[in-house]
Design a protein around this ligand. Structure first.
Ligand code: BG6
Length: 507
């Protein structure tokens, strides 16, 4: 994200530089994230010549693995039928250290391994520590890094720490984690990852809004009726029933991913593309979200849990029958909220958000619903009900579409609804991409634009905390309340219908 380039032709590529020499230390290296996302992303960076020659990866995990076993394990998601030479060279940059994260001896050993690696690989004492571990270790690992002098930046070398989500489980725990890690690290050494910011379409919200002059004048309460953010998944809780049954969808998706989408859509223009300029504006708009009081939680929030149902042609079990989930679970797998933002741009414009598991389609989008014309010139003409909608398609279709009314050809005046569509893949082609490439690359070049600052994380939790409190005090009475394969509980539709609106139909 560091190189801002203006491309008039899709085939013109930016020429970013390889990152500086360093060791990437992966705590939790035997987990799923490492082999499914991080190692494939690093391999893609290596193939694109974006890793420096002096670069090595040190995996740290509890498992007793030989170096060869580790290399085989973490590269198991890489294609083995092509790029063979590159794969061989990449494997040789991978190293392993067995260690228990709760034992301080582990960090002494890691420190001496890093010393050796600096000598052997010329990595100059620059270390990126990636915490892909269970969240209960985050504070402790950072503390230990501090005690072993591994967090100290001196003699021109840098030390950075990447923290995966979940960052806390409510406002208080997020604040306390921030306090713990900031006792050891400066804010500019901390990279709190939200993988939604690794998605091209999410980054494009900034370019779309702030590199095109035509949208800004209408991006406000005078022209916009409301905004909808839908983040729908068809998957259930997969192998994560244990985690999910204590977290729930509100904690899992809203303070982080959904708030990223909201802040990029609603923020003011930053004064520059520097990390703090962008994040200042994101934090500002998150702080402007009106906090729910108890009455507003009852009115403007909806929770749901899926029962059994059919998705595609597959019959799927109810949430309560998933492995690791309590058969009486009252945890939500669906959330819909109505938020308002207290500033001049958005006064009176509702933001409706919904996210859930086992819904009818995998689909994430942001719909900007514009107001109707102030006067209906064509009121006596057959009009196919249409409205001006701008839809930012995040996934799986990546693109942008704008719908508007057009005259249907023929001697009789009729108005129909048509769409102008931009699809990424048609214009730019497709590339193998995990979404973590840009994030890892940015950590290594020291660009924190796409990472969450402490105040943003806390603002996200401040928005959901009152909802968590009321929901805890009033357990749901009617769970499960939607069938797998539907669009969520009836109350989610009612949230908009009672205001004369409706969720956009997603085909
Ligand atoms: C993760 C959540 O952060 O995001 C998961 O913990 C969720 O529950 C996932 O499935 C969604 O990510 P994506 O990129 O598939 O939309």
């Amino acid at each position: 994200m560091a190189t801002a380039v203006t491309e008039s032709q899709p085939e013109i590529q930016p020429t970013p530089k390889a990152t500086g020499r360093c060791v990437l230390v992966l705590f939790g290296a035997s987990g799923d994230l490492t082999k499914r996302k991080l190692v494939p992303a690093l391999f893609n960076l290596a193939k694109a010549a974006l890793l420096p020659g002096n670069f090595a990866i040190l995996g740290v995990a509890f498992d007793d693995l030989s170096l060869d076993q580790f290399r085989n394990e973490v590269t198991s998601f890489l294609p083995t039928d092509k790029d063979l030479e590159e794969l061989k060279a990449f494997r040789e940059r991978l190293f392993y250290q067995r260690g228990d994260f709760s034992d301080s001896a582990t960090y002494q050993v890691v420190a001496s391994r890093l010393n050796e690696m600096d000598r052997e690989h010329g990595t100059d004492g620059n270390y990126l520590f990636y915490l892909a571990t269970a969240p209960r270790y985050f504070g402790h690992i950072v503390l230990q890094l501090g005690q072993c002098q591994l967090a100290k930046q001196e003699n021109g070398h840098w030390r950075r720490v990447v923290i995966e989500k979940p960052f806390g489980h409510d406002l208080e725990s997020a604040r306390s984690l921030n306090r713990q890690i900031k006792a050891v690290l400066a804010e500019n050494q901390i990279y709190r990852i939200d993988h939604y910011l690794g998605k091209e379409t999410v980054q494009n919200i900034l370019v779309f809004r702030f590199d095109n002059a035509i949208f800004e004048p209408i991006w406000n309460r005078r022209y916009i009726d409301h905004i909808q953010i839908t983040n729908a998944e068809t998957v259930g809780v997969e192998q994560r029933g244990g985690y999910f049954d204590s977290a729930g969808t509100l904690r899992d998706m809203v303070p982080n991913h959904v708030m990223q989408l909201l802040s990029l859509t609603a923020m003011e223009s930053p004064v520059s593309f520097q990390a703090d300029a962008v994040r200042d504006e994101q934090a500002k708009v998150l702080h402007a979200v009106q906090l729910f009081d108890s009455e507003a939680v009852l009115q403007d929030s909806v929770r749901g849990q899926y029962g059994e149902g059919t998705i595609g042609n597959e019959r799927v079990p109810a949430y309560r029958a998933e492995p690791g989930v309590s058969p009486e679970s009252r945890i939500e797998t669906f959330v819909a909220l109505k938020l308002t933002i207290d500033n001049w741009r958005w006064a009176g414009v509702p933001f409706y958000l919904r996210t859930g598991k086992r819904l009818a389609r995998r689909h994430t989008e942001i719909t900007i619903q514009f107001k109707k014309t102030p006067f209906e010139l064509f009121r006596n003409v057959p009009v196919k009900k249409h409205t001006n909608q701008l839809v930012l398609q995040i996934q799986p279709v990546e693109g942008i579409s704008l719908s508007f009314g057009a005259k249907v050809p023929g001697p009789i005046l009729r108005v129909g609804s048509v769409e102008m569509d931009f699809e990424y893949s048609r214009y730019f082609g497709t590339a193998a991409y995990t979404g973590y490439e840009v994030l890892l690359y940015d950590c290594m070049i020291g660009d924190a634009t796409l990472f969450q600052r402490a105040d943003m994380v806390e603002a996200g939790w401040s928005i959901v905390d009152p909802v968590l409190d009321v929901w805890k005090a009033l357990p749901p009475r009617r769970f499960p309340n939607y069938s797998a394969g539907s669009w969520g509980p009836r109350e989610s539709d009612e949230l908009l219908e009672r205001e004369g609106r409706g969720w956009r139909t997603i085909e």
